[in-house]
Design a protein around this ligand. Structure first.
Ligand code: S3P
Length: 178
């Protein structure tokens, strides 16, 4: 099994920050699917949404995820909606150990309201959108992940330590099975 750690979770749950810290503490390179999408498209995510629409963004997201199939010993941070497609959930599971970062709607609202680079929340009622999308997505995050971590009450360091220990345990068990 490829020894990657993949971070999934709603917008504003800290995937990028935790990803960077995991990358530093394990010495694994960080791949951020949103950054890859922007690099490949030559434009920002808000521009892709505005010019090509969400479906086109989702197609690029799936292609980007597929292109990571050969990666090993990486930290992979993903966009919050990546779990929407069944195909993506399968690819995530094949890529390695999938960690779901969980945060409350209040915390998500506080963290995402600091900038406007998330097209899905750029509307009159971001709090309502967060609640609606969370309800739709919770079972999908759960289905796609090996581990869920509630982040509201934890420091970034505590989250990182928890992930590293759980991933080590997970991979020690999978080694024994082989
Ligand atoms: C999205 C989350 C964003 C980005 C895009 C769509 C979503 O990533 O992929 O704006 O559908 O939840 P972050 O979770 O990194 O904000």
């Amino acid at each position: 099994m490829p020894e990657n750690i993949i971070l999934i979770g709603f917008m504003g749950t800290g995937k990028s920050t935790i990803g960077r810290q995991l990358s530093l503490s394990l010495g694994y390179p960080l791949i951020d699917t949103d950054h890859l999408i922007e690099e490949r498209a030559g434009k920002s995510i808000p521009e892709i949404f505005a010019q090509e629409g969400e479906d086109a963004f989702r197609d690029t997201e799936t292609n980007t995820l597929r292109s990571l199939a050969e990666s090993t010993n990486h930290i992979i941070s993903t966009g919050g909606g990546i779990i929407g497609r069944a195909e993506n959930r399968e690819i995530l599971q094949e890529l390695g150990y999938v960690v779901w970062l969980v945060a409350s709607p209040e915390e998500i609202l506080a963290r995402t309201s600091r900038n406007s680079n998330r097209p899905l929340l750029n509307n009159q009622d971001p709090a309502g959108t967060i609640r609606k999308l969370l309800t739709q997505r919770m079972p999908l995050y759960e289905a796609a992940s090996h581990l869920a971590i509630e982040t509201d009450q934890l420091s970034f360091d505590e989250v990182v330590t928890g992930i590293v220990e759980s991933a080590r345990y997970h991979y020690s068990q999978t080694d024994e099975e082989e």
